[in-house]
Design a protein around this ligand. Structure first.
Ligand code: TRP
Length: 338
């Protein structure tokens, strides 16, 4: 199990929408590899998810689905701490404390808040506003040194760093900082998976348009159809140029990530032959890459007791580490020890 000498990595995904090929290639697949070097905590952030309205039955089902997919993608619960945020009370408790050390002005500048409040004008709640504070608590509780996230979360990570440093300056000493100041771990451009129909936007799990994303649980014929209909361009050349040729470049990223082929070898193999053969290869590579994930998913998902046990163990392990940080925080604030 998790050894204490390794540095800590932590990340989370909101159990909303459906996990996509982008989540797999851009996040989950890389998370699996971090396991050797780091002690890894991966969570389902159900408390973040309720900042927008969720159907309770769907939310519950989705948490099990996402957990089963984490495992099917290779995250072994014996060597990664997999848990649900709401099972570890320290998250809400530290979030409260950090709310008192984060300024309204800082939170007003968050672009995700601005976007989401524009999209949900009838429910601009305080949770949506202080969402980044809960995220800071998630990270700082575990003294995580590195946080794998998408480019869109960089601003939240910067806020987390600011709050951590502010708190350390007030209550820590250079010998004993209260919090580890985390670094973001953002995948390089060529590894980012974009929308199939609007390739300048990221492939999102909560996109309203079905054809923008390949979902991890899509049937092979659906995957093939989506990729064959992906937006490209008119110049019929296969080369990597994300600004000029976002659609083709995205399919190249997908093919490279699913087969291990380099961009150069993709160009040599498919340039100058129209897009048909290139798209067919891409579709086949995705289908083959997801086949074992889907097979494993169904086995894992059918064992509900097993999933519940994994979450109980995960929450227990996570609490051990999180509670130690929370205790220290309460102590430096002057709260009477429990
Ligand atoms: N806000 C993140 C997202 O939408 C999810 C998240 C919540 C997270 N807490 C986290 C990611 C802690 C990394 C670490 O993608």
């Amino acid at each position: 199990m998790a050894t204490e000498s390794k540095p800590v990595v932590l990340s989370g995904i909101q159990p909303s929408g459906r996990l996509t090929l982008g989540n797999y290639l851009g996040a989950l697949k890389n998370w699996v590899k971090l396991n050797e070097q780091f002690t890894c905590y991966y969570m389902l952030v159900d408390m973040h998810a309720i900042t927008v309205r969720q159907d309770p039955a769907v939310l519950r089902d989705r948490c099990y689905e996402f957990l089963a997919l984490y495992i099917a993608c290779g995250l072994d619960p014996a060597s990664n701490v997999l848990f649900v945020q709401s099972h570890v009370p320290a998250h809400a408790r530290l979030a409260w404390v950090l709310n008192c050390y984060t300024q309204m002005g800082e939170l007003s500048r968050m672009t995700q808040f601005k976007d989401k409040s524009q999209k949900n004008t009838d429910n601009i709640n305080a949770g949506l506003f202080s969402y980044p504070v809960l995220m800071a608590a998630d990270i700082l509780l575990y003294q995580a040194g590195a946080v794998p996230v998408g480019e869109d979360q960089k601003q939240h990570l910067e806020l987390t760093r600011d709050v951590a440093m502010r708190f350390n300056n007030l209550y820590g000493s250079p010998e004993r900082p209260v919090f580890t100041v985390p670094e973001p771990m953002i995948p390089p451009v060529g590894a980012r998976i974009m929308s199939l129909q609007e390739p300048t936007k990221k492939m999102s799990k909560s996109d309203a348009a079905e054809t923008n994303a390949v979902y991890l649980l899509d049937d092979p014929d659906v995957i093939t159809r989506k990729i064959k209909r992906a937006v490209t361009d008119m110049d019929n050349s296969v080369r990597y140029a994300p600004t000029e040729k976002p659609g083709v470049s995205n399919l190249m990223s997908i093919l490279a990530a699913t087969t291990g082929q380099s961009f150069d070898s993709i160009v040599t193999q498919y340039d100058g032959q129209g897009y048909g053969k290139f798209k067919a290869a891409c579709a086949e590579a995705v289908v083959e890459c997801l086949r074992p994930v889907q097979a494993r998913y169904h086995e894992v998902r059918d064992d509900l007791d097993g999933l519940r046990r994994i979450l109980r163990d995960g929450a227990e392990q996570a609490s051990l580490r999180a509670d130690a940080t929370l205790k220290h925080v309460h102590e430096v604030l002057g709260f009477i020890p429990e």
